[in-house]
Every structure is written in structure tokens, then in C-alpha cells.
Design a protein around this ligand. Structure first.
Ligand SMILES: C[S@@+](CC[C@H](N)C(=O)[O-])C[C@H]1O[C@@H](n2cnc3c(N)ncnc32)[C@H](O)[C@@H]1O
Length: 301
């Protein structure tokens, strides 16, 4: 046990060291300096632990300059009921609940420790595995969304999950999906190593963004299906949002470092060098990542 403790603390020390890479990157960026006056949604000015957990949400909100694409504003301004399935840390819910105080928001997630404790009183959280059926009646929600599950679900899990999400959506209500494309383009050799390793670890994951529209059509329960795409360049070549997204990526590979250096069969020191090289690649080549929103309306009987 003692040896395990020493090994663990050495790994921890190493992770902390790798983390300085991330911290340095954060210090070098300022995000927007509140001088983009015409932007509705800005990136957080300062990187603190809370905004790091929320940074994927901030990136998507910034890219679209909106929190959703489905035409649900009138419902949200009256008294809608909204579900965020697999809500993570609840960043989107908090944002939306503050903007639309007369609508009720529900977040479902696997890990209750991720649910924030200080929340607006129009949010409720429920623990559930969304793959085992949602703990709600048919036709309960005006708007249902699912965001960032491309890496979490096997190909075969999407169709039944989508049907379940449609089941709890009211007829005439809307459903929306937000996903990244799986493989960024123009990757350098070092980032390619990381992404290839990630794909080995998560197993066979189809590029859901390419299939989602077809799956939504094939349910025969949706109409007005639409799609919108945004692209960003990772790192400083992509401006403030690029730096913010680079930090999210680095944060992920730092948090999961032991998984990756074990899989790669390299030392934690070499992994640290690899991440530093990835960071350098982002400074010199335009590595692009795409994000997709799909939305559709549940057909009324
Ligand atoms: C990549 S995150 C996306 C979180 C959030 N939707 C967002 O956009 O930031 C996936 C989240 O869904 C949760 N999750 C993964 N599989 C789940 C499942 N089967 N049921 C419920 N939650 C799940 C994870 O715990 C994690 O918080």
C-alpha cells in the first residue's frame, strides 16, 4: 500500500508539473477583453477552475453567439420545460435558467458530484443513465438537447437514445444535438498520435455528426430537421476562441495523462514533452475542428 502511495504521489507530482503547461497557456491568453461590444456572448475573461469546467460550453456559445438554434425562444420566454440530457457540470443549464427565469430546466447526468450546488431555482438535477431510459413521462418537454456525446456513445447506442429523447419531447416541441466532428483536420504528427490513441481507447465510434441527420430522418417522428456547422482553428491562430479551445483540449489530455502514457507505453516525462510538442504544433499550423448543431420538431399526431 505504501509503495502504491509513493507511486501515486509521484504520478500526481508529474501531473501537477504537466499542468503547468496548461497554466502557462492560460496566462498567455486574455480571452476577449470585453471590447467586442457587439458580441452577445463573450468568452470568460479570466481562466478560473469553474470556467475551465465550463469552457466547452463557452466555446460553443461563442461560436454560435447563441445557446440554441431551434426556434424555441417564444416558448422559453413564456413557461417552457426544458431537458439537458447528459448535462455534465450544468453550465448550459445555468446560463439558460438565468436568461429565461419563467422556464423550468432539468438536467440529467450520470455523476451527481458534477451537479453544481448553487443554482437558480428554476433548475432541477436528476441522476440517471440516459441509455437506460429517461425517468420521465411521454411528451413532458418543450425542448430537449444533447451536447458533446460523440466520444461517449457507441454507434449502436445513438438510435435508441434518440428515440427515447423524442419520446419525452412534446408533440410540436423541439430536439437539438450539438456535436464535434471526430477528427480535426490538418493535424500535426504529434497531435495525430494523441487523437489516434484517443480513438483506440474509446473504441469504434462512428463520426456521429455525419450520420445524425440520417438517423433523425429515419425516426419518422421529426419534421423541419436542420443543420448548422461552425469551424474553429485550435490555438492562437484561431484567436481567443482558438486559445480557449486549445486549453480545453490540453486540460483533457492532462487530466487523463496516466491513461494516455500507459497506452502509448511512454514515461510521464515523455508524455509531458509530447503535450508540449502538440502545443507547439498548434502555434504553427491551422488545425481545424468542426462543430455541428442539428435540430428538429416532433411531429404532432
Ligand atoms: C462530454 S460530457 C458533455 C457534458 C455536457 N452536455 C456539455 O456539453 O458540457 C458528457 C457528460 O455526460 C455524462 N454522461 C456520459 N454518459 C452518460 C449516460 N449514459 N447517462 C447520463 N450521463 C452520461 C458524463 O458524466 C459527462 O458529464
Amino acid at each position: 500500500m505504501k509503495i502504491m502511495g509513493i507511486i501515486y504521489s509521484k504520478i500526481r507530482e508529474r501531473i501537477m508539473k504537466i499542468s503547468t503547461l496548461f497554466e502557462r497557456n492560460c496566462k498567455n491568453h486574455k480571452y476577449d477583453k470585453n471590447d467586442d461590444v457587439e458580441l452577445k456572448y463573450k468568452l470568460p475573461y479570466k481562466s478560473d477552475s469553474l470556467s475551465e469546467f465550463q469552457s466547452p460550453h463557452h466555446t460553443l456559445r461563442y461560436l454560435w453567439q447563441s445557446n440554441y438554434s431551434a426556434p424555441v425562444e417564444d416558448i422559453l420566454l413564456s413557461s417552457g420545460v426544458v431537458l439537458d440530457a447528459g448535462c455534465g457540470f450544468g453550465a448550459w443549464l445555468i446560463d439558460m435558467a438565468l436568461e429565461y427565469p419563467t422556464t423550468d430546466f432539468v438536467g440529467v447526468g450520470l455523476s451527481p458530484h458534477q451537479f453544481p450546488s448553487q443554482i437558480p431555482n428554476n433548475i432541477k438535477f436528476a441522476q440517471a443513465n440516459i441509455l437506460s431510459g429517461l425517468p420521465f413521462e411521454d411528451n413532458e418537454f418543450d425542448f430537449v438537447r444533447l451536447c458533446y456525446f460523440a466520444n461517449s456513445l457507441a454507434c449502436t447506442e445513438w438510435e435508441p437514445l434518440i428515440k427515447e429523447l423524442i419520446r419525452v419531447t412534446k408533440p410540436g416541441g423541439w430536439i437539438e444535438f450539438i456535436e464535434p466532428g471526430l477528427v480535426p483536420t490538418n493535424m500535426g504528427p504529434k497531435f495525430t498520435i494523441l487523437i489516434d490513441t484517443l480513438n483506440q481507447i474509446i473504441g469504434e465510434r462512428s463520426n456521429i455528426a455525419e450520420r445524425l441527420e440520417v438517423i433523425l430522418q429515419s425516426t419518422n417522428q421529426l419534421k423541419n430537421i436542420q443543420k448548422d456547422t461552425k469551424s474553429l482553428t485550435i490555438g492562437r491562430l484561431g484567436g481567443e476562441v482558438g486559445i480557449s479551445h486549445e486549453n480545453s483540449i490540453l486540460r483533457y489530455f492532462i487530466d487523463e495523462s496516466s491513461v494516455f502514457y500507459n497506452r502509448l507505453g511512454i514515461s510521464s516525462k515523455d508524455y509531458e514533452i509530447l503535450l508540449e510538442d502538440v502545443r507547439k504544433e498548434f502555434q504553427t499550423r491551422k488545425v481545424k475542428e468542426q462543430f455541428f448543431r442539428f435540430w428538429g420538431q416532433k411531429i404532432e399526431p
